[in-house]
Design a protein around this ligand. Sequence first.
Ligand SMILES: *Cc1c(COP(=O)(O)O)cnc(C)c1O
Length: 459
Amino acid sequence: MVAPIYYYSTNRQFSNQSSGDFERISFQEALFQGQAQDEGLFMPDRIPKVSPEELRQLPHMRYPEIASLVLGKFLRPEISASVLSQLAREAYTFEIAIESLGEKRYLMRLDQGPTASFKDFAAQMLARLMGYFNRNGNYLNLLVATSGDTGSAIGRAFQGIPGIFVYILYPRQEVSPKQEAQLTSINGNVRAVSVDGKFDDCQKMVKSAFLDPELRLFHLTSGNSINIGRLLPQMVYYFYAYSRLAKYEEKVIFSIPSGNFGNAIGCEIAYRMGLPVEKIIIATNENDEFPGFLQNGRYEKISPSRRCLSNSMNVGHPSNLGRLFDLYGGNVDKDGYVHRNPDRTAMRRHIFGVGISDSETIDTMVRIWREKKVILEPHGAVAFAGLESFREQEGEPDLPQIVLETAHPGKFSEVLQEYLGVTPEMPESLKHLQLKNHYIVLPNEYRIFKEYLFENLKR
Ligand SMILES: *Cc1c(COP(=O)(O)O)cnc(C)c1O
C-alpha cells in the first residue's frame, strides 16, 4: 500500500516539537482548517504520480471516473475508492464542451455547471468532501468572501448539506445584477451578506475572523480557493482535456485565465503528477504583477487592484501565489512580501506569463466572433489572447493548445451586446433568476460583523 499524503503549511512555522520537523496534518484536518495558523497555505508533502498505463486508460474513462482516479491519489486512505467515486458521480453531472478553433487550438468550456462558471468544479466536490468528513454531525461554519462567481458556486454546492452553515460576503457595489440575483436566491443553511465595501474589505473581514482568538470556539473554515479541498478538484479537467485531445505521448499546452491562481496551480500539480504538459500559459488581465515578476524578477503587488472587464481576475496579489512560489523553492507571504525567491529560471522554462489589457480583451472577443462565430466572454478572451501572444513570441507549436473558458458568456450579456452586438444564449441556470431578499446587509466594519457572527454562528 502507498503511504498516505500529509499536508504542510507553506510558511512551515508551526513545528513539531519532538522531531524539530515542521508539522504535517491529514487531508481532513487541512480541509477543515482552511488556512494554516501560521497564515501559510496547505500543500501536499509529496506529489503522487500517474503511471503511463493510467494515462493510456483515460480516454476510455468518463469525467467522474477520472476525478476519482486523480483525487484518490491525494485522499486515500482517508476516503475509500467507492465513497470517492460516489461523490464524484454526484458532483459531476454536467457536460464539458471542447470546441476546435483551428490550427490545433481548442476551447474547453468549463461553464456548464449549476452556476455557469468553472468554480462549480471545485465547489461541488468541496461541499461533498466536507459533508462526508463531517458526517459525525458537528456544526461547521464556512465563511467565503466573493467578488461574484465563488459565492454562488459555493452557495449552490452547500445548499442542504447537513450541519454546515455558509456565510457569503460580497461587495454590494461590485457584483453584477445577475451575480447578486444568483447569490440572494440561495436560502436555508446559506446566508448572503451584502457588505458596504469592496471585495478586498470582504476578504479582510473573513481573514480577521479566522485569526480572531475569540471566534475559536466556533468551527470556522474557509471556502475560498486557499482551501486545499478546493484546489485539488481543479487538477482533474486538465487530465480530461488531455485524454480527449492528445495523441499517444503527445504533450499539450494550456492557457489559463488567472486571478488568484488556484486554477493555474491545479495545472502545475497535474503536470508534476506526470501529465505531459509542455507549457502553462498564465494569462492575467491588467493586474499583471506575476507576469512582471517572471520578466524582471521583482514582485510588486498591485494595490488597489485594477478594475478590468474580466472582473473575477481583478486581483493585485494572488492568494495562491504562495503555493506556486513554494513549488519552485520560494516563499511569498499573504501581503506580497517575498522572503525567498523561487527558481525563476525553472519557472520560466515551464510557465509563460502574460498580462492582457482590456482593449486587447475586447479586440480578441470581436475578432473571434467575426472570424469563427465563437463567443468568448472576457475571461476566456484573456486566455485566448494569452495563447496568441505565446505563439507570436515562441512560434506556433505543433501540439494541442487548450484555452480554458471559465464563465458562460450569458453571464456577460451586457458586455457582449455592447462590443459584439450579439445576445448570447442564457444557460438554464441563469434564465429564471430574480433578485430575492435572502440576504442581510452589513457595514464595512469588522466589529459589527463579529457581533453578527456571535449571534448567528452554530456551535
Ligand atoms: C475565479 C475566476 C477566474 C480566476 O481563477 P483563479 O483560480 O482565481 O486564478 C477566472 N475566470 C472566472 C470566470 C472566474 O470566476
